[in-house]
Ligand binder design. Sequence first.
Ligand code: SF4
Length: 337
Amino acid sequence: MDLSKLSAILQTEPKFRFKQAYQALYVDLITDWAQASVLPLALRERLNQECPLSIAAEVNLDTDRTNSEKALITFEDQVSVETVLMRHRDGRHTVCLSSQAGCPLGCTFCATGAGGFFRNLEADEIVQQFFFWARRLRAEGRGEKIDNVVFMGMGEPFLNYEQFIKAVKILNDPEKFNLGSRRISVSTAGIIEGIKKLAAEKLQINLAISLHAAVDSLRQQLMPIAKKYPLDSLLKAVDAYIRKTGRRVMFEYIMIKNINDGEDDAEALIEIMKRPLCLVNLIPYNPTGKFQASSPARIDAFREKLEAGGLAVTQRFSQGQGISAACGQLAGKTRRK
Ligand code: SF4
């Protein structure tokens, strides 16, 4: 799929062609310009030549019977990224998007990080992942659509800020996908410059911070980028974001056996998380080789301790775990074919 020349081609046409083409592309979800019968034949042929709509993808159905699907999407230069569709029991659908092919941050618990970094994705390549799932749901013919988008796939979105935010604006654009900004969430490993930039955007998207440890020494072991952005500065940036936007911030905490799931860890977390509009989300760890997952009993005890300490806590169930769709843990299959 390549939409890079679309605007330039439509500029040479009467103005209303933009509207018609966008309707066909983003609403009707055509997979070939020949299906856009409202456009003149010559234009359809040109668009098919210069703006092909096919997406190269391999789909993996869930292996844990939780109705999640993962797709490996391959771009022009043969670099691939993973994206996930989660089908929730209540009928909603969440799509997890990658913002980079691989990731340069090398978090020690993350398969994507272990696989290295290839390149940043263009906004169109990020959006292509959304197109893929939207078309898939459309083809199933049950009138279902994507309700939420999370930037929690491969890569650190704030290290590719311009393309990430461009993709968000395409998803949010009323003439394109028209997905409400409150339905879009981004998760960062704590890139402070990105948090500041997001606070200045006129978009009400949700911010999540990958925390995973409540003291610098452990956080730096798990997430080398934490050496550059220690907790104190990170939390100050989050406080400033909350003051400016009035929006709640989610702190993601992956539960790793005997690493960050003890009583001391819970106490340290209570200490730093007692701040307005902060919510902790406990995530069962999807083992990628080096560490093991905390037991459900340990997670429950950890959660109870946090709640007793006055924190707002949610617990994400491990939907998609069998296909490695937990946060920041896509299976690291970014590759150049
Ligand atoms: S957890 Fe996220 S930021 Fe860390 S290496 Fe994995 S993809 Fe990158």
